[in-house]
Design a protein around this ligand. Structure first.
Ligand code: TEU
Length: 549
């Protein structure tokens, strides 16, 4: 249907392998578990979810202090998740189904047990010393500057053996690499090549705006915030000018392999994310604004309008509602009818302009799990409990069935199953035509058939921004009208903008309502049921296939 690259038209699904599917009964998910669930993700028929690519959180060798985001070997598979042969099989089986594979490259830092760091810390004369950021003590505190770790405390660790500090943006077990060292940069490019040569279709780049730090290591200025890291403006420990050249080098390398992509995890704000993506730079960059919004149509409308203005020509939005670092949006937005809100959120994510990323479990309306103190695994939770249980609640195992181990494992799951897994699980929802899962499935398959939803223009209808999100998606002769009611009451809107003449057939509704519209000169009255997500089109001919079944 489209001559655009797959990452501009497809739907991408994040898999956190540890919690997705366990094939060997050790209580932890693995690559063979992912293979066993590929038909669920996309078997080429509308019975499957229909996603176009999967992003796998790290499965590389790691001591696991940060659950795989502390890597000790970039070019292997941790035995916990399987073998390189399992990865090769996953690529083969996924590609056979038209599913592309995106790997999670953590290139800002390694594990402290990576051989590079072990050598670097062994002596000041070691050839790898300058692969990391070492500094002499300074001033009273000793730390070279005021930089803070994202995980709390100073970002400098004293190493008594060589009597210097090393920099770590995250845990002390995650020393930052020195990207200004050409050997480091070449080693990073070789990591890309290793996985591209094995068939990877793209990469999610962890902390992509953190690779370079100020050469003079200047103190960050203060900022109003609640704790350490948030109390600074991150103008010297991230977001350095050299990033652009590095992104150009990465993009050029990807382009030599054809149709390969990268999506940057930008810790900064939407303005920085917009700056990093576009022609010649990162193909995509996450905009995390949706994870920070209240449940309000105006809040989402403003975030979208702002971002559409910020993006460079050719830049594509990349919104997410949930991921492995944030509370699940079905819990965040809750409300009296969480399933209904989950469907409205899904319709927004899957019909706005851009490439949508889904997080495993959101398609069944999965909530955050309940973690007792003794069950906490995440270092953030261990450090800040109570009240912060860390990220474990959004990382609990996927419930596939209501049966033993929720179909996730035959062993003892590494995190507790959600208490509601007997009601909220894939099998139960596949048998319920009104489930969240069925609505995601219909949306994704509708999106596949609609050039307007996949890659059309975006035109907001702003008559009632505080009451509903209403917008058009247009491509050629096809126009889709999306209406999202965020409230528990029915609403009636009179659209100031006139709709093209003719009958606008409602082809999808999250509550199966049938109210069609009639366009033409003058104003159109649009009705939405409580918490209803609805899509209309005038292009509902058999040819278009837009019948929403
Ligand atoms: O996260 C970077 C980031 O933004 C997180 O520090 C986030 O703020 C934190 O998880 C609190 O919610 C990436 C990975 O997604 C995260 O899982 C890793 O812990 C982190 O980098 C270090 O690699």
């Amino acid at each position: 249907m489209s001559d655009r690259p797959w990452w501009q038209t497809g739907v991408i699904y994040q898999i956190y392998p540890r919690s997705f599917a366990d094939s060997d009964g050790d209580g932890t998910g693995d690559l063979r578990g992912v293979i066993s669930r590929l038909d669920y993700l996309n078997d080429g028929t509308p019975r499957s979810l229909g996603v176009d690519a999967i992003w796998l959180s790290p499965f590389f060798p790691s001591p696991g202090f940060d659950f795989g985001y502390d890597i000790s070997d970039y070019c292997a598979v941790d035995p916990l998740f399987g073998t390189l042969a399992d990865f090769d099989l996953l690529v083969t089986e996924a590609h056979r189904r038209g599913i592309r594979i995106i790997l999670d490259l953590v290139l800002n830092h390694t594990s402290h047990l990576h051989p590079w760091f072990v050598q670097s810390r062994s002596s000041m004369a070691n050839p790898k010393r300058d692969w990391y950021l070492w500094q002499d003590p300074k001033g009273k505190s000793g730390a070279p500057n005021n930089w803070q770790s994202v995980f709390g405390g100073r970002a400098w660790q004293w190493d008594p053996s060589t009597r210097q500090y090393y920099y770590h943006k995250f845990l002390t077990q995650q020393p930052d690499l020195n990207w200004r060292n050409g050997r480091v940069r070449r080693a990073m490019m070789n990591v890309f090549r290793f996985w591209l040569d094995r068939g990877a279709d793209g990469f999610r780049l962890d902390v992509v705006d953190g690779y370079f730090k100020d050469a003079l290591l200047r103190d960050n200025p203060p900022a109003p915030g609640i704790r350490g890291y948030e109390r600074q403006k991150h103008i010297f420990d991230a977001d350095q000018p050299e990033l652009i050249d590095a992104y150009r080098e990465i993009r050029a390398l990807l382009d030599t392999y054809g149709a390969r992509m990268a999506v940057g995890e930008v810790m900064g704000n939407a303005k920085q994310a917009a700056r990093f993506c576009g022609p010649g730079l990162l193909p995509l960059a996450f905009n995390f604004e949706f994870t920070r919004q209240s449940w309000s149509p105006a809040a989402f409308q403003n975030a979208v309008l702002r971002y559409e203005r910020l993006l460079p020509e050719g830049g594509l939005p990349c919104y997410v509602l949930s991921n492995h670092d944030n509370s699940r949006h079905a819990s965040r937005y809750g409300g009296q009818a969480p399933e209904a809100r989950a469907k409205v959120a899904a319709a927004m994510l899957l019909t706005l302009r851009g490439t949508p990323f889904l997080y495993q479990g959101e398609e069944i309306g999965m909530r955050d799990g309940r973690i007792r103190r003794l069950e906490i695994q995440d270092p953030l939770g261990k450090k800040y409990w109570p009240p912060n249980a860390g990220r474990d609640p959004c990382r609990t195992p996927i419930p596939w069935t209501a049966g033993p181990g929720a179909g996730f494992t035959s062993g003892n799951p590494w995190l507790p199953l959600n208490p509601d897994y007997r009601e909220i699980n894939v099998q139960t929802e596949r048998e319920d035509p009104d489930s969240v899962l069925e609505f995601y499935r219909k949306l994704i398959w509708l999106r596949k058939k609609s050039p307007a939803l996949q890659s059309g223009g975006y035109r907001p209808l702003l008559s009632h921004p505080d009451r509903a999100l209403v917008y058009l998606r247009e491509a050629g002769k096809q126009t889709m009208l999306v209406g999202l009611n965020f409230f528990e009451q029915p609403i009636q809107l009179t659209l100031e903008e006139s709709l093209s003449p003719g009958r606008w057939k409602k082809i999808l509704s999250s509550c199966n309502s049938q109210s069609d519209l009639h366009g033409g000169a003058g104003k159109t009255v649009l009705n939405l049921q409580p918490n209803e997500a609805a899509i209309w089109t005038t292009d509902y001919t058999e040819k278009s296939g837009l019948h929403g079944k």
